[in-house]
Ligand binder design. Structure first.
Ligand code: NAP
Length: 388
């Protein structure tokens, strides 16, 4: 268990970054601070559960209200120069990341931001002097790390490849690229002596990849609810919305993309499952069966609710066998009560109790927090390794 103390002299966002980094390392966290309720709300914004006064649990941070005069953030001077960040994308996640990074000038300097529509990005708060309408214009600026948040596959894979070739570290949230190409890109990163980090590509603020990598060798099997859109839509249909209305509600809440087909047909969950299987077992599963919720009759979802059960889109893996499929779960199942945009991961381990992790799996702030934690990890590298 780690106790973290925060005085009132720092923005709460900094306390959140510190807590999240410890939380994702697998520690139970007790945060001591005089602004308990405000800290709880700030943690909730990034998708982390916190409770006042209760003992910490793996899926939940405990907050103790107490005056703290000086804290570790008071002496948190970073080593060396700020990390130079080339940011590709200023959409849902990129906007959040830029705002967070701009509040940490002693750690990070943004050298350029690539978007397609410069005016739109300006209206969303990005400074005009940093904006470019082509990725290559930002990539040619001196930088230590490229943050790829443009999404898609072909162009995103190309810019990640170029960046690694140029000897830049890369941070990405792009599971559609990393699921098929991580092994090859990681090999290139090792060859160039740089890091390729992609925590945010699975589970938003849920430290799913970190947990399974840490537990590698002890994992018997794991299962999870990994697609926030499907979960949100299933909840909406269970409450009486039509599938169309439920998808629109997910889009309005910022969880579903304009074209939600890859979420609803199970592809997104299957991509995350592949990344998690590699983290847990060190290899791809031999078989991945994939069935989404697109063809599920609303009457089945509502009938489950009436029987005191829940339908969830579950991604599971036991060694070589992996599957994404809708499952009817009793309410005492660890995944059954996954609510709205929450993601959960349940890990069964050899010779140890199972682990259950919960956090918000999508949305601007949870995803930006996971990307930021990867950037912080780069600032911890020795000076020679962090600079390109
Ligand atoms: N949103 C989430 O909750 C979430 C959660 C986990 C992971 N992710 C992943 O994070 C990544 C970003 O997602 P997002 O939701 O932030 O996407 P988004 O809102 O669609 O934003 C994409 C950004 O990239 C820019 N862009 C796209 N193509 C470009 C190009 N060819 N050149 C320059 N800029 C380009 C867009 O510019 P314009 O606006 O000018 O078009 C926009 O600023 C994706 O890989 C996604 O899968 C997202």
């Amino acid at each position: 268990m780690t106790e973290l103390r925060f005085c009132a002299g720092h923005p709460l966002a900094r306390a959140v970054h510190r807590i999240y980094r410890v939380f994702r390392s697998g520690e139970r966290v007790v945060a001591v601070c005089s602004r308990g309720e405000d800290l709880r709300a700030a943690l909730e914004e990034v998708g982390l559960k916190a409770r006042l006064g209760l003992p910490p649990e793996l899926d939940c941070i405990s907050i103790v209200e107490e005056e703290v005069s000086r804290c570790e953030l008071c002496n948190d001077a970073p080593r060396g120069e700020p990390l130079r960040v080339a940011l590709l994308g200023h959409g849902t996640v990129g906007t959040g990341l830029y705002r967070r990074v701009a509040q940490l000038p002693e750690r990070f300097t943004v050298v350029g931001i690539a978007v397609r529509d410069v005016r739109k990005a300006e209206r969303a708060g990005a400074p005009a002097r940093l904006l470019h309408d082509r990725c290559w214009r930002v990539l040619r600026k001196p930088a230590d790390v490229v943050v790829e948040l443009i999404g898609g596959t072909v162009r995103a894979a190309r810019v990640i490849h170029w960046s690694l070739e140029l000897g830049r570290h890369v941070v990405t949230a792009n599971k559609a690229v990393m699921a098929p190409r991580a092994p090859e890109l990681e090999k290139l990163a090792r060859k160039r002596g740089v890091q390729l980090l992609y925590s945010a590509s699975v589970g938003g603020a849920l430290p799913a990849l970190e947990t399974l990598r840490r537990e590698r060798g002890a994992v018997h099997s794991f299962s999870g609810v990994l697609n926030a859109t499907s979960n949100f839509v299933l909840d909406g249909i269970a409450r009486g919305l039509t599938p169309r209305q439920a998808v629109v509600a997910a889009q309005r809440a910022g969880y579903a993309e304009a074209d939600p087909r890859l979420d609803l047909d199970g592809t997104d969950a299957a991509q995350k499952l592949t990344l998690l299987a590699r983290a847990a077992f060190g290899r791809d599963p031999l078989r991945v069966r994939c069935e989404g919720i697109s063809r599920l009759a609303p009457s089945r979802i509502r009938a489950a609710r009436e029987q005191g059960k829940a339908v969830r889109l579950v991604a599971s893996c036991r060694g070589d066998e992996a599957e994404v499929s809708p499952q009817l779960l009793p309410l005492d199942h660890p995944l059954a009560t996954t609510a709205g945009a929450e993601n959960r991961l349940f890990v069964e381990r050899r010779g140890a109790h199972p682990l259950l992790l919960c956090a918000k799996g999508a949305g601007r702030w949870p995803t930006a927090e996971a990307v930021l934690a990867d950037l912080y990890d780069l600032t911890d590298l020795p000076a020679r390794a962090r600079s390109a």
